[in-house]
Design a protein around this ligand. Structure first.
Ligand SMILES: Nc1ncnc2c1ncn2[C@@H]1O[C@H](COP(=O)(O)OP(=O)(O)OP(=O)(O)O)[C@@H](O)[C@H]1O
Ligand SMILES: [Mg+2]
Length: 317
């Protein structure tokens, strides 16, 4: 029974003796229940006048795009700027080629959560072949993450099984639970993803405020953008915005820019700058040595865009 003033917390969801194929339904039901709890918690927070660390809502940002376009560079620089503004920031590397920790200046090895087999078994598996769909993961954030020089907490998720929609295995249940935990938290969340967004289930995706698709001026990355947009729509992500990186002024690049800005919310353009290449070669976090002005503008536009209701015209191609 819920009593006024009490924090909302869902203790446990268990499914016992699932019939064959029941995993998909169980996962969907779990995510919907958790989405309900998330919404109820938001209402409760508003009613009780509780605020997060800053006046502005702590955004939950997913970053995706074709390989090599600059997702990690954007994730690291945004995380840095938001931490500098006073937000508590959690950055999660969801890419199988892990490089967010080094872009944030972390030297020690951060273990990918998907490799913690024993812990995953302990938390997810129940007797008689049953699974726990919302395992305890809050302590995992403390234990298996690193905090960088700006106070940004960095978590490495590791590889998720992509065996078809709703593929269920203990690792996926565990990683999804970690993402849900991050989405429920009061921290700004930055997810550095691959070209796919497989880590996000429908319920988790509902908590993502915006999907930032990074492109470079080139046809292949625009094609990837369309694919990402479709994936995002399928799981009901409402806001999709584009950042153009490595921009070099020329006719072809201008044409791509025009096309993209007609169909998508364009948050900003980052020029091609050797500084990023050199920072990467020297293994120095880009925010220490490169020009952050384009990223500052993107950050401001991001808050502006997320404060508005999703725009039906621009948000649907
Ligand atoms: N604006 C820029 N100008 C020049 N080089 C850049 C720019 N942004 C990023 N880079 C460089 O491009 C390379 C790829 O960047 P980054 O690692 O951020 O991309 P990514 O999309 O995360 O790649 P991956 O798909 O491999 O994870 C790096 O060497 C980075 O320093
Ligand atoms: Mg990357």
């Amino acid at each position: 029974m819920y009593r006024k003033g009490q924090d909302l917390k869902l203790i446990s969801i268990r499914y016992v003796n699932l019939p064959a194929g029941g995993e998909n339904i169980a996962e969907e039901v779990t995510e919907n229940v958790l989405d309900g709890v998330r919404k109820a918690s938001e209402v409760y927070r508003k009613d009780s006048g509780r605020k997060s660390s800053k006046n502005r809502k702590p955004l939950k940002i997913a970053i995706s795009g074709k390989g090599g376009v600059g997702k990690t560079t954007l994730a690291a620089n945004l995380a840095y700027l938001l931490a500098r503004d006073g937000y508590s920031v959690t950055a999660i590397d969801c890419d199988s080629s892990i490089n967010l920790p080094s872009a944030l200046g972390i030297r020690e090895k951060v273990p990918p959560l998907s490799t913690l087999r024993q812990l995953i078994e302990e938390r997810v598996k129940l007797p008689f072949g049953a699974f726990r769909y919302n395992p305890k993961v809050d302590d995992v954030f403390e234990k298996y993450s690193a905090v960088n020089e700006s106070g940004i907490r960095v978590v490495v998720l590791g590889t998720i099984e992509k065996g078809g929609e709703g593929c269920f295995c203990p690792e996926n249940a565990f990683l999804r639970a970690v993402l849900r935990h991050a989405i429920f938290s009061d921290d700004v969340l930055i997810l550095d993803m691959e070209a796919g967004i497989e880590h996000l289930g429908r319920g988790t995706a509902k908590g993502v405020d915006v999907l930032l698709a990074v492109i470079e001026p080139g046809r292949r990355s625009v094609e990837t953008l369309r694919r990402i947009e479709k994936l995002a729509r399928d799981i009901d992500i409402e806001r999709i915005a584009v950042v153009v990186n490595k921009y070099v002024e020329c006719e072809g690049a201008r044409a791509i820019l025009d096309e993209v800005s007609k169909n998508y919310e364009l948050l900003g353009i980052i020029p091609y700058d050797r500084c990023f290449v050199e920072a990467d070669m020297e293994d120095v976090p880009p925010y220490r040595v490169c020009d952050l002005k384009p990223f500052e503008k993107i950050k401001e536009k991001l808050f502006e865009y997320c404060s508005k209701r999703p725009n039906a015209k621009k948000d649907r191609v």
